[in-house]
Design a protein around this ligand. Sequence first.
Ligand SMILES: Cc1cc2nc3c(=O)[nH]c(=O)nc-3n(C[C@H](O)[C@H](O)[C@H](O)COP(=O)(O)OP(=O)(O)OC[C@H]3O[C@@H](n4cnc5c(N)ncnc54)[C@H](O)[C@@H]3O)c2cc1C
Length: 451
Amino acid sequence: MDARLRVVIVGAGPAGLYAADALTFDVAKSVQVDLLDRLPTPFGLLRHGVAPDHLKIKSLEKVLQRIIDRPAVRFMGNITVGKDVERSELLDRYDAVIYATGAPVDRRLNIGGENLPGSVSASDFVAWYNAYPECSIDIGPLSASRVAVLGAGNVALDVARMLLISRDKLKSTDVAERALRHLRIHKPDDVYVIGRRSAAQAKFTPKELRELGDLEDVDIIVSPEDLLLSDTDSNTVAQQPQLALNMQVLHDWASTPPKNKAHRLHFRFLLQPERIEGEACVRSLRLQTMDPRDTSLRTGRQIDLDVGAVIRAIGFTGQPFAGIPHDAVSGTIRNVNGRVLSDYDGVDQEFVTGWARRGSTGVIGSNRADATEVAELVLSSAKPIRRDPHQSDLLDLLGKRGVTVVTAERWSLIDLEERKRGTEQGRPRIKLESTREMLDACRVPSRTEAH
Ligand SMILES: Cc1cc2nc3c(=O)[nH]c(=O)nc-3n(C[C@H](O)[C@H](O)[C@H](O)COP(=O)(O)OP(=O)(O)OC[C@H]3O[C@@H](n4cnc5c(N)ncnc54)[C@H](O)[C@@H]3O)c2cc1C
């Protein structure tokens, strides 16, 4: 009998890959990992979230690819758990199941006008410029000359930077072709990054904030009144060097007179979105001013900002899938320290890591510690299940269902095709923008052809 521990990881983003790494790094541990993803490609948000101009972090793909290449790891892309294969079918075949499915859904503002054309979620906008397959957004309103970006975290900074970045700089990245074509022509005059709370409560990291100062032909506008802090905020800033650095960057910008550049990036704080106005599309944004002494209190004063597009970057959440226990408040898979609180009697084979465990906080590196901890938990507690000797291998089951699995070898063909197209234009790669194109690149017949 095969004595290896068989583990399936659902989600081949950074968290899933780091978990696969921790489980297979030491071959003596004798663990076999199947790594599933609903996309034909691995890397999750490293490929489809991280901004194309963040080349250094993007280069992590090379490191993570080495994990996929290990003999003990079997990558299977283009498989959605909950659609192509059920949770119970994984539990029947594997000693442990680790969910690393991220937090893929945008949080909503729940205000009037949110569904108007021109009101776009950050995940849709990011998916559009990062060539997420089959992503379609109405790009027309994004040609607006004035755009509001709601949120005070790094995703809001990414969105603002991508709207204003020099097109020459973008040309040498793997930004989606469709975005490159649009952004070459359209660049807003004014972009407003708007935070609901004070500047001290913003979640920016200093490096990403400071980086905006390098945007060519862009004045950064910050009003000193927007940087007023309550005593509580001032104390917090005094204790947290990251916040102090952010405040320093913002104060530097506030004291720099604008140089009449062609574009402007405005930072506004203490403004809560109340309504997106417009009939056929976004025309303006109504904001409520908040009290700097207690940022949860409204002052009663409203501001109308004349903008033609609103991009919401107020965080991400998970959604229930495949009957896996879900915590609606945190938007995560229900768990205690990475062990899923199973709703099946006697089942203790399920674990969770990454954003699906913690919610949408932390950078790529934060998922490493998390995944290592969960892998240790699996190694110390998972026991070989009593397997039905007639149970088919997952690949056979999927094959019988006509599911076209993208194996590591097939993914390498997609990768090769994207790099080849990129080389022709002096870019690292040109990403394929549809599943059909990807399956063609690895010569997989479509599901209908396969039947
Ligand atoms: C816009 C944006 C920009 C970012 N920029 C940076 C940055 O510059 N630097 C940095 O360090 N961090 C950045 N981050 C954070 C970083 O991307 C996350 O920390 C990290 O991706 C979380 O890893 P994860 O594996 O938990 O989730 P994900 O990366 O989301 O991976 C989850 C994977 O699960 C798959 N999946 C989901 N559901 C299923 C299912 N039912 N069946 C099969 N597969 C499924 C998905 O396809 C996906 O591949 C950014 C995040 C965002 C949103």
